[in-house]
Design a protein. Sequence first.
Length: 128
Amino acid sequence: MRKTKFFEPYDKGKCTFNQRNKKGVYIIKKNDIVRYVGLSYNDLYKSMYRHFQEWNDKQQPRITYKNLKDIKVRVVYCSTNNQVMKLENALIHRYKPTDNPFRPDKLTDDKTKEIEKNYFQITEEVPF
């Protein structure tokens, strides 16, 4: 199983992840606890970094993280939208992040492990 590394989202005020137009899943940890698992079918960069910006659109609520000193993120690339959706659901089921409003309830622990094993093996590693 190839895993990507957790990294800080910013270094000296600059974004540390700059891969554009990639699909996949991102994990946000605060104080070493998984707080949020998200996905993007088009652009991981935009989806992930929105969680670190002010968001005033009341029609599209978003969890925002302001104190970045305890935040780490991890990115997992996927090849298809189906892989993105299945991996996100499996990771939410596994970690039960407190900031995710959606919790898949139809997955078993065995199915979650199978999905993670299959999709982590076919993903690229973040180039850090």
